[in-house]
Design a protein around this ligand. Structure first.
Ligand code: GLU
Length: 321
């Protein structure tokens, strides 16, 4: 009996201590991408920084590995995720309900917090494949990306611009980003595509494990895409960043954007943004793709979705907007 009373007392004391803290904490989950991409380690670093500031905002952050941008934004819109990283082009189309899937209703609750880093559209081909440019992909075995990924979306846009369909390739695969470098080096495919920040582990694997080259994505069709769409930019993958790829490669790209919705309270978003921007040196050190970022590059009113009011409040307070 005494021990029962004792354990009841212990439980009550425990509840008194745990109770108020547990109630006050807000849990947020960030949707990222495949584990060998940049979204995943970037999201993990962002969570680490948020969690290290827990006493100031009581926000506890976790990440989820996902299929990529399209999946992330769909999940955000239905409340399956609180925050996510997504490509600027995919965000634009999901917000406005435009793009390949036609006239879907836009997800107008989506909100941008800030831009992160550029994501060049990256094509890696086997050295023995005879592929030297994007045009050379015709007739080859190509991994066009899993449905739900940003690279699949970007690839479909380029294919459409070139007037290609999947039957223009001798084989099409839909592997996820984390699976494609192995398929390339196992000679299951001739080329892989990935819209990704650099350096990325996936591209490192593909260039270290076997003889491959990063090929350029240029020409009048690409120029026209860039000219017509604000979210596309010319992009360069620096020579020497990856094994056996000593020269700069020209391609085009999008931006990675940190996204949420109007459902995440302003106060929560304010706390998250403050943790990251008040500790900017630590933020820069989270991933090599972050190392040269400046606040000015990241804070932009003209992102593909409206700025979240919680982020705006912080940026205004700091005179950054
Ligand atoms: N841009 C890719 C996507 O939207 C993901 C890149 C990454 O995992 O870093 O699916």
């Amino acid at each position: 009996m005494a021990s029962k009373i004792k354990s009841l007392l212990t439980l009550l004391i425990g509840l008194t201590f745990i109770g108020p803290i547990a109630v006050a904490e807000t849990f947020v989950t960030i949707g990222t991408g495949g584990v060998t991409g940049v979204y995943y380690p970037a999201g993990s670093g962002i969570c680490k920084l948020i969690n290290s500031d827990l006493p100031s905002h009581d926000i506890r952050c976790a990440i989820e590995s996902t299929g990529g941008s399209v999946y992330n934004l769909e999940q955000l819109a239905i409340g399956g995720l609180d925050l996510a990283i997504a490509q600027s082009d995919v965000l634009f189309h999901t917000y406005h309900g435009t793009g390949d899937s036609g006239d879907t209703p836009g997800h107008t609750t989506l909100r941008a917090l800030f831009a992160i880093y550029p994501e060049p559209f990256t094509v890696v081909a086997r050295a023995d494949s005879g592929i030297n440019s994007f045009e050379d992909l015709k007739g080859k075995r190509v991994n066009i990306g899993n449905p739900g990924s940003g690279q699949r979306d970007t690839m479909e846009v380029i294919m459409q611009a070139y007037g290609w369909t999947v039957s223009d390739f001798s084989l099409v695969s839909e592997l996820r980003s984390a699976e494609q470098s192995k398929a390339l080096c196992d000679d299951k495919i001739d080329a892989m595509v990935f819209t990704v920040g650099h350096p990325s582990r996936s591209i490192k694997e593909a260039t270290m494990t076997c003889q491959t080259k990063i090929v350029s994505v240029t020409g009048p069709i690409i120029d026209e895409l860039i000219e017509k769409n604000d979210y596309y930019r010319k992009a360069t993958i620096p020579g020497g960043m990856y094994d056996n790829n000593p020269t700069d490669i020209t391609t085009f790209g999008v931006g990675a954007i940190f996204v949420s919705t109007t459902n995440l309270p302003n106060q929560t978003v304010y706390g998250i943004v403050k943790s990251l921007f008040d500790n900017f040196a630590a933020f820069n050190a989270l991933h090599p793709a972050f190392s040269n970022l400046t606040k000015a590059q990241m804070i932009d009113e003209n992102l593909p979705a409206p700025l979240h009011e919680g982020a705006r409040k912080y940026f205004m307070e700091k005179g950054l907007l």
